[in-house]
Write a new protein. Sequence first.
Length: 114
Amino acid sequence: QVQLVESGGGSVHVGGSLRLSCTASGISVSVRTVAWYRQGPGKERELVATITGDTFSVEDSVKGRFTISRDSAKNTVYLDMNNLKPEDTAIYYCNSPSWDAQYWGQGTQVTVAS
């Protein structure tokens, strides 16, 4: 059974930083694609960053501020978020697709106050 558990969300001021964690069970983050999505108030869910093996990508909206990385020993994927802006306020979700299903975590709230 695949489980993804996010943690690390919270409330910060503009310019602050947070590290989100996605700890997986039932899959290996070393070989599977793991992605971070977010859904802001009144907005659709959008892709933020993806990591597969040694390949990673970050969407233009957060490039230069967000970094995705992995600790294989902990089976955990991180999203480091710096210079946070009010528009980064959202619920952040961890995702891992497979051939027959999309696995999602429960989400973690990030609030950036101006």
